[in-house]
Design a protein around this ligand. Structure first.
Ligand code: THG
Length: 965
């Protein structure tokens, strides 16, 4: 798209040197600018930091020799900007201006500003942007406030909140002094709201000139010396006159003028007001066809003032008013962006009554609307409501149920107490609406109508509701609530700290009516079994991520057997597999042992275990797997595999900076390397969704687009977006609060292979050994059977280790655990999981940054590498960094060896007895530089404990963004 404005370039005199000075001389700088001038890329040239009058002189001389860039002529359009540009073109259809940052229009905002609670006031702005506001209106006009000071300080504060400052601002004040104050400190291109002919032409023209000079667009209210224009004729008369003055005398472009032909309250009972809405709509049509380029806006919430206190009716009125006005060309409106209701959600009866009022179609329109509004208030008629907590047409128990399903926390206490009054006891609130809500969440999740983040939010609401009700229950002296479905003890086994999967299972099972007793992480087998017996549990669920946990699970199974237990044992977690469960765990226990791949399938799988025929089928299929496995299908003998090792040459890159290095990795830099596909998959939002999200065009085509894709996918896309947004905020916070960034350690050691499958390395005068596993299935590519050791030069005959190897560890540190812990203590599982999943990705991303630094600088074997983030994520770089405990280095106990070199405890990482790292958001492994090592694809190196590892395809945020609406 041609950029229809001047392009200006004003660089520094180079980058600052280590003294903070700028080294480029005027002629050096001129040489660089010359290239841009030759290509006619720029219109304006200047100099920033480090430039002097001599620099500018040199640039001026240079510019004389070249013609400026040709600015393409395009139909002028209103272009506004926050941090991002917003072009108000007819293509957008309609622009929302958020109304909530208005001290006269929101009691809450007024209170926050009066209290000086800027943070929460900013949250109001942010919520509007999140809800879809494309511009935010800001108004500080209150008699008790210093409006100018409030305006300037608020604008300055939101200017540094990128998620708010993204959108342009509408400076809303009837006090010119406040407008000027605002214009002086706002970034981007704002709109002034507003000026009018109220005080005559002279003052109007003067203000308009100031605004034009300061580069803003303008809203003109339909007022003149005679007052407010409130008929069709007066509205168009005033707008026409203002348009001629602005375009004729002031030189405003038509497209930079926004007319506001006064949205006034209707259904007031006063006869003269009956045509207010209709005349506004007619004025919109007239302006759009008679005043070229001009835009039309209005403050929609004014319309419904006579229904204050009845939000559902108000919102329905706003929706229908916009519907009519947009049809006639209204370009934008000041609205409550979070409360825009789809017209189709309005019941026919209400719609008819509102349209009669808006279009003044019948004499008793107002009376009928008032009557319906009364009925709605008393609960006899329903309108689709925005927040179930406030929905007046629902009884309190229904409201509680709906809030639970929607995962809403705000306003819960009030509704719980109403529901308690209605149902007679706290227990009944749990057994009734809360259980019903949880059941429908479980069902919807099972049916794919609801997604994990929503489920977790519902669970949070449940938890908080129960916590609030508990004291009442105790007072009611009733026993614990117990559900009918069954009781399940779940735990992460001894030696392992990973619990995301387990937490998710807990939530899902809870939603399906199971009582969950979650014993946490690192739980010894004895404790698990004792608990299951003491609680008379119906199931035991075990979780683990690292390979030693597999053996520990067998221990639990054996112990259950020795106690003659018969209840089903459920196995889950990343290392577990159907094969391992069948071959190793099931034979240890005579009760049913079930592998569960996915939390979502748990409820159904568990229900099936109640059926004896199903259990028999399970045992048969496990026996079949054992048979297949013991035949060793298709694997070579190890000796034969060894004879198929590749013959490689070894460049043996020297290490540029040998020894041990401690690094602090910048979170901001790491963010760029986050694999968002993996993040979404942790939330069970699979990236195949990306293909349906591959839409072209602007944000605003989204509505149409959304209408055209199947609704489950839309919800999922919306969920993905929401989740990414929240993840972004978590990262913002981590960036702010985790001082010192992410800790990393890299050590280089002299290394060689022993000529077989082991790697040798020197440490502290000793030669240590790492056993790696050789593929026992020849590669389809070249027939070789590889082991990691093949990528390190073999040991010399004199015993010298000629090659090198790196070892690394990276951790987000303890701060993150404290944050996660505090959310858990608050019962906010959603946040806890959110932070954990973000931290997991962040540490992986920081590991990429570390690895790049190793390649380019510390080891320095690829000094000229310049790969995009995406290519780094897709592992286009030279060398590999196999992680301990993962398929390419499956032996977790190796970590005790690397500990001798890296000394994890010095960087705040502790190891459990099985070698799991805590904090869980940590990585560790080896660094190998051999150019061919990237072909090391992990196959059957792990004797069936790990499944084949297909090539991972990672996705950077930029790539992902393309797919999001
Ligand atoms: N034209 C232009 N600018 C305007 C208006 C307009 N700016 C202000 C106003 N009108 C638009 N903004 C609002 C904001 C809130 C409400 C109405 C218009 C509103 N507030 C609730 C009420 O008063 O009932 C308060 C609810 C609360 O306290 O939270 O309705 O027309 N150019």
């Amino acid at each position: 798209q041609p950029y229809p404005y001047a392009v200006s370039v004003y660089p520094n005199a180079g980058l600052p040197n280590e003294m903070g000075e700028y080294d480029e001389t005027p002629s050096m700088m001129a040489d660089k600018i010359r290239v841009m001038l030759q290509r006619r890329w720029v219109n304006i040239v200047g100099g920033c930091c480090g430039t002097t009058p001599q620099h500018i002189k040199a640039l001026a001389e240079l510019c004389k020799q070249y013609a400026p860039r040709v600015v393409p002529e395009v139909e002028p359009e209103m272009t506004l900007a926050g941090l991002e540009p917003l072009c108000v073109t007819p293509r957008l259809n309609f622009v929302n201006v958020g109304e909530r940052c208005n001290v006269a229009g929101s009691r809450k905002f007024l209170r926050l500003i009066k209290e000086g609670n800027i943070d929460e006031a900013i949250d109001i702005a942010r919520n509007q942007v999140d809800a879809g506001a494309q511009i935010i209106d800001i108004n500080m006009d209150d008699a008790m406030l210093d409006a100018r000071a409030c305006m300037t300080s608020f604008l300055s504060r939101i200017g540094v909140e990128p998620d708010v400052a993204r959108v342009p601002v509408m400076i809303d004040s009837s006090d010119w002094n406040v407008v000027i104050g605002g214009l002086k400190c706002v970034q981007g291109r704002p709109i002034v709201n507003s000026i009018s002919l109220k005080e005559g032409e002279e003052s109007f023209i003067k203000k308009a000139r100031d605004i034009k000079e300061m580069g803003a667009a303008v809203v003109v209210m339909a007022f003149d010396e005679k007052g407010q224009a409130d008929t069709f004729e007066r509205r168009i008369e005033v707008c026409d006159r203002a348009y001629r003055l602005l375009t004729g005398k002031v030189g405003f472009k038509g497209c930079d003028i926004v007319f506001d032909p006064n949205v006034l309250a209707v259904a007031t009972g006063i006869e003269e007001h009956a045509d207010y809405a209709l005349d506004f709509i007619r004025a919109v049509e007239w302006i759009k066809s008679n005043l070229p380029g001009a835009k039309v806006s209005g403050g929609v919430s004014n319309l419904s003032f006579s229904f204050r206190g009845n939000n559902s009716v108000r919102e329905a009125m706003h929706a229908l008013f916009l519907y009519h006005a947009i049809a006639k060309g209204m370009d934008m409106a000041i609205v409550n962006a979070a409360a825009i209701m789809p017209v189709d959600d309005i019941s026919d009866e209400l719609r008819e009554a509102i349209d009669d009022v808006l279009l003044n179609r019948s004499h008793d329109a107002t009376e009928r609307l008032v009557a319906i509004a009364e009925k709605i208030k008393s609960g006899n008629v329903t309108v689709a409501a925005e927040s179930p907590s406030e929905e007046p047409s629902l009884t309190p128990d229904k409201r509680v149920e709906r809030m639970l399903v929607k995962g809403v926390v705000d306003g819960m206490e009030r509704n719980l107490s109403d529901a308690m009054a209605m149902l007679g006891s706290a227990v009944k609130v749990i057994e009734g609406p809360l259980m019903a809500g949880m059941n429908s969440v479980g069902e919807m999740f099972g049916a794919g109508k609801m997604f994990l983040p929503q489920v977790v939010k519902s669970a949070r609401t449940m938890k908080q509701a129960v916590a609030w009700l508990t004291p009442f229950i105790e007072r009611e002296r009733r026993g614990k609530v117990s559900s009918k479905a069954g009781k399940m003890v779940i735990a992460t086994v001894k030696g392992d700290v990973h619990d995301i999967g387990k937490n998710i299972v807990g939530v899902i099972m809870n939603c399906n009516g199971y009582d969950i007793i979650d014993m946490g992480v690192m739980v010894p087998a004895e404790d698990i079994v004792d608990k299951a017996i003491a609680e008379n549990a119906d199931f035991v669920g075990l979780s683990g991520l690292i390979t030693p946990s597999l053996e520990e699970m067998c221990n639990v199974a054996r112990l259950m057997e020795s106690k003659r237990m018969k209840i089903p044992l459920l196995i889950g977690g990343a290392t577990t597999s159907e094969l391992h469960t069948a071959v190793k765990i099931a034979p240890c226990y005579s009760g049913p042992v079930l592998y569960t791949r996915d939390a979502a399938m748990m409820p159904a799988a568990v229900r099936r275990l109640g059926d004896e025929a199903e259990v028999a089928r399970l045992r048969d299929s496990q026996a079949e797997l054992c048979r297949k496995h013991s035949s060793g299908a298709g694997l070579l003998y190890l000796s034969e595999a060894r004879s198929k090792r590749p013959r490689l040459s070894y460049p043996c890159y020297p290490v540029a900076h040998p020894g041990v290095h401690e690094l602090n990795i910048d979170i901001a830099e790491s963010r760029e390397f986050i694999n968002w596909r993996a993040f979404l998959s942790a939330w069970k939002i699979d990236a195949s969704l990306a293909s349906v999200m591959d839409i072209k065009g602007c944000d605003h085509c989204r509505a149409q687009w959304l209408a055209s894709v199947p609704s489950e996918k839309v919800n999922k896309a919306a969920e993905a977006m929401q989740l990414l947004k929240e993840a972004g905020r978590v990262l913002d916070r981590l960036q702010r609060d985790i001082v010192g960034g992410i800790k990393a350690k890299v050590a280089f050691v002299e290394a060689a292979s022993d000529g077989g499958d082991d790697i040798l390395f020197n440490h502290d005068g000793e030669t240590l050994r790492i056993a790696t596993l050789r593929q026992q299935r020849p590669s389809e590519r070249d027939g070789h059977c590889i082991a990691l050791s093949d990528y390190i030069a073999p040991v010399e005959s004199d015993g010298k280790l000629r090659d090198s190897m790196g070892m690394f560890a990276v951790t987000v540190g303890r701060d993150i655990e404290r944050i996660i812990e505090s959310y858990k203590n608050e019962g906010d599982d959603y946040r806890a999981i959110l932070y954990q999943t973000v931290a997991d990705r962040l540490v992986e991303a920081a590991t990429e940054v570390m690895h790049r630094k190793v390649r380019v600088e510390l080891w320095g074997y690829a000094p000229d590498e310049s790969l995009s983030e995406r290519h780094v994520l897709q592992q286009y770089y030279k060398g590999i960094r196999p992680a301990i405990g993962y398929p390419s280095l499956p032996d977790q106990s190796l970590i005790f060896l690397t500990d001798r070199v890296l000394r994890y405890s010095d960087m705040g990482i502790t190891l459990t007895e099985s070698g799991a790292m805590s904090p869980a958001a940590s990585t560790t492994g080896l660094i190998i530089s051999h150019p061919d090592s990237r072909y090391f694809v992990v196959g059957d190196v792990d004797n069936g404990q790990r499944r084949l590892y297909a090539e991972r395809r990672a996705m950077s945020l930029d790539e992902l963004k393309r797919f999001l609406p």
